[in-house]
Write a protein that binds this ligand. Structure first.
Ligand code: ZN
Length: 798
């Protein structure tokens, strides 16, 4: 065996060679392998941070929200393993202590699952180039920080427990440029890592980045004015689209016919080709419709400059979306890529045409909402065809009327695309929506992207994934097909324990995302999460992650709406709270106590569940059907952090911001006001409050708000002078103004989508929307938080 570098590291080599035989080396060995073969003996002692299990009587304790954000629980691992833990922003589990058996899990009544944000933008990412990627020979797990080195030449897989040989190349550490310390390789020092994959990870040469835009140009679409914003934003972003010299681009517009654009290099201007036989769509000139961007850039710019005017006088009211999508599929399927669809109304003719199904009476108040599931499988089938050819479809719906999003959305859901919704979009009449579309599009066009991707989630033997949440196509039990992967997509999975995890101190989960980068590299991003196994209910409760549980319950409830009914889904949410607290009371509490009791780590569970019950997706009162369906899409496609913002908004008092506790980022002081409970009790007529709901923020100004705030922040002389439709904070040269703007900007920068700001006062038409988010208060059709707690207590003591 060749060891080219061994001679320069004799002492290390000596240790390795003697590991199995020499007792005297034990101590050195322990030091060397300390992060790899954890001593878990003290686990049960550490595993109960006293605070997580502190008993709280919810009926007495009224201020439960922490002042800042809710921190994710830290898994109870020995310090050396904890140090290597995967970031909870990327990968987390509903239970940071895994029950040893399914029966124990059943007793806890808590859902077991994972939440992932696998392609999140990261500030640091170790990238490894290796001709031989080290994986378990039996289960194909990637070598990771939680494997055990039996000695320098053998590692034990932490998922299937097979012992594998360490390949010769792995003995060399490219970071330290040293030989003989495989446990110091970047692969075993980082829970998140990316590999540049060799050719065996490709079925074909890496595809070029390919973008196809499919645009509704019916009378209704032209009337909204979205084409201006789209064309302008794309023109500005042309040079920032992710891709290399091979990048391709194309356009299709449609009304009652399909319009293609010949953009072949050498033409003096774009050529429009119309196919009017929508029952038999063909490509008029297949080679010159999806063109190389750098070669045909001027033609593309010409087209984008003229598109907004081209259909200005159109009398076409029909929308042949189905045939247009079929044509677009034909165009993109040889390469794969991203199809971006703008639609402004119900598709009316050709295959895939839909009929209005919304019943206006339902809007008022209904226990059960109909038509939450698709009326046709046309869009799902087409999405599966797209997925099979590595084409993802993103849908931008900008409609004022019912457009049957539950049917249309399938085109994105099963092709790993995303759904965007701008209800009642109109360029002149709704400036906030225009601002949002513009900012969202900018992000959409310039964020990174992966093509032809698959993601596999493996877990330690005994654990098994049974349900997936998010936008993808499930190819086999643990393999998700992702035609595109974008950095803003979240995923969830539910798991069960099929075999008892006896004799295991830890289990691991590994998500591996294989994709083609926009520069034509095949890459594999791997995240590995390691968690302790516990045998007692109190340990399970102590490790419960209330936010992850809420996110998983939300996705489960969306499924329940579609497979059963809205009222079933609502009941299931309520039962989740009842069963969990009842289990805690009967199995964990040793001393009986009166009241509605919860461990501290779950103190927000009833509040979050009430917030879900009042969320647009699940509330019983009012709302347009498409808005409800979109809310459901959001719950399924948003990563946990953003989902939580949408479920339980953050409320802050902002008329007295101070520098106390402020963050200093790039010489900007960012005030950090404390989060308040969502109740009118917290409001005051003398003050101003900012409510952050994710895609929208409200600045509510009290009637007796100080004149200083009115003049120095809002630029208004009096309360009545505050405009009713104000959507921006004026840039005033005052300390108070810059403080509040710094805070709002900071909040906005922390998310990938744009949040509209509405300044509202008592007379504002939007006040009702703002008040609807006060989820702790009683409303016409829903319980207050206190009533909800009483209801839970009643059910538990039955
Ligand atoms: Zn294995």
């Amino acid at each position: 065996m060749q060891r080219p570098l061994a001679s320069s590291y004799p002492s290390l080599q000596l240790v390795y060679q003697n590991v199995s035989g020499m007792q005297t080396q034990t101590q050195m060995q322990t030091q060397l392998y300390s992060q790899l073969s954890p001593s878990l003996a003290s686990l049960s002692l550490q595993s109960q941070p006293p605070d997580a299990l502190r008993v709280i009587n919810l009926l007495q304790e009224r201020s439960l929200l922490p002042p800042g954000s809710v921190p994710p629980p830290v898994p109870c691992l020995p310090q050396d393993l904890q140090k290597l833990s995967c970031s909870p922003e990327v990968f987390r589990c509903t239970l940071t202590s895994i029950p040893q058996t399914q029966s124990l899990l059943n007793k806890a009544k808590l859902p077991l699952g994972l939440l992932l944000h696998p392609f999140k933008d990261l500030s640091q990412l170790p990238v490894v180039t290796s001709s031989n990627i080290v994986r378990c020979r039996s289960c194909r797990t990637y070598i990771n920080p939680f494997v055990t080195f039996l000695d320098a030449r053998r590692w034990k897989c932490n998922l299937c427990h097979r012992v594998n040989d360490v390949p010769e190349e792995f003995m060399y550490n490219p970071v330290s440029r040293s030989y003989g310390a495989p446990h110091k390789r970047p692969e075993v020092q980082n829970a998140t890592i990316e590999f540049i994959a060799p050719s065996e990870y490709m079925l074909r040469p890496p595809q070029p980045a390919a973008y196809l835009f499919v645009l509704d140009v019916s009378h209704n679409a032209v009337e909204t004015g979205y084409l201006d914003v789209f064309c302008q934003t794309l023109l500005e972003s042309l040079d920032s689209l992710p891709g290399d010299a091979r990048m391709k681009i194309g356009f299709v517009t449609f009304d009652s016919t399909i319009h293609f654009y010949n953009l072949q290099e050498g033409l003096s201007q774009p050529q429009m080709l119309i196919v009017s036989d929508i029952d038999d769509v063909f490509l008029p000139t297949p080679d010159s419709l999806l063109v190389n961007l750098s070669e045909s850039k001027e033609l593309v710019q010409d087209l984008l400059a003229s598109l907004p005017q081209m259909f200005g006088q159109t009398m076409e009211t029909q929308s042949a979306l189905g045939p247009a999508l079929q044509a677009a599929f034909k165009l993109l399927s040889p390469t794969g890529g991203r199809m971006t669809v703008f639609q402004t109304q119900l598709p009316t003719i050709g295959i895939g045409a839909l009929k209005p199904r919304e019943e206006p009476s339902q809007r008022a108040n209904a226990k059960d909402v109909q038509h939450l599931s698709p009326v046709t499988d046309f869009y799902k089938k087409l999405a599966l065809d797209c997925s099979g050819h590595h084409v993802a479809v993103d849908l931008f719906l900008l409609s004022a009327q019912y457009s049957d999003l539950s049917s249309l959305g399938c085109i994105s859901r099963y092709s790993a695309g995303s759904v965007y919704f701008y209800p009642s979009y109109h360029k002149q009449r709704s400036p906030p929506q225009t601002e949002r579309l513009q900012k969202d599009l900018k992000r959409y066009l310039t964020r990174k992207i992966g093509f032809e991707a698959v993601m596999r989630i493996r877990c330690t033997k005994g654990l098994s994934i049974h349900t997936f949440h998010g936008n993808f196509f499930v190819r086999s039990t643990d393999l998700l097909s992702l035609a595109n992967v974008n950095p803003d997509a979240g995923f969830g999975v539910q798991m069960s324990i099929e075999e008892n995890l006896l004799d295991l101190q830890t289990v691991s989960f590994q998500a591996a995302l294989l994709y083609t980068s926009s520069k034509g590299e095949r890459r594999i991003r791997v995240h590995t999460l390691c968690l302790p196994v516990v045998t007692s209910l109190s340990d399970i409760f102590a490790g419960a992650d209330v936010q992850a549980i809420t996110a998983l319950l939300a996705s489960m409830a969306v499924d329940r709406c579609v497979t059963a009914s809205l009222s079933d889904a609502r009941d299931a949410l309520i039962n989740a709270a009842i069963d969990t607290l009842a289990s805690y009371r009967s199995s964990v509490l040793t001393v009986p106590q009166p009241g509605l009791l919860t461990p501290a780590c779950l103190r927000l569970l009833p509040l979050y569940i009430l917030a879900l019950l009042k969320h647009k997706a699940f509330r019983t009162s009012g709302g347009r059907l498409d808005e409800r369906v979109f809310a459901m899409f959001q719950l399924k496609q948003q990563p946990l952090a953003f989902l939580l913002m949408m479920v339980h908004p953050d409320l802050y008092r902002v008329d007295q911001l101070t520098d106390e506790g402020a963050l200093n980022i790039n010489d900007r002081m960012i005030p950090q006001p404390r989060a308040l409970q969502l109740s009118v009790e917290k409001l005051s007529r003398d003050a101003a409050f900012l409510m952050d709901c994710g895609t929208v923020m409200y600045l509510w100004v009290g009637r007796n708000c100080s004149p200083v705030f009115l003049t120095q922040v809002l630029g208004a002389d009096s309360y009545a002078d505050v405009p009713l439709n104000m959507i921006q904070l004026p840039e005033l040269d005052t300390a108070q103004s810059s403080q509040l703007r710094a805070f709002v900007d900071w909040l906005r920068e922390r998310r990938p989508f744009h949040a509209i700001l509405h300044v509202i006062r008592d007379e504002s038409p939007l006040k009702a929307e703002f008040m609807q988010n006060m989820i702790e208060d009683l409303s016409e059709s829903a319980l207050s938080y206190y009533e909800f707690l009483l209801h839970l207590q009643q059910q538990i003591s039955k």
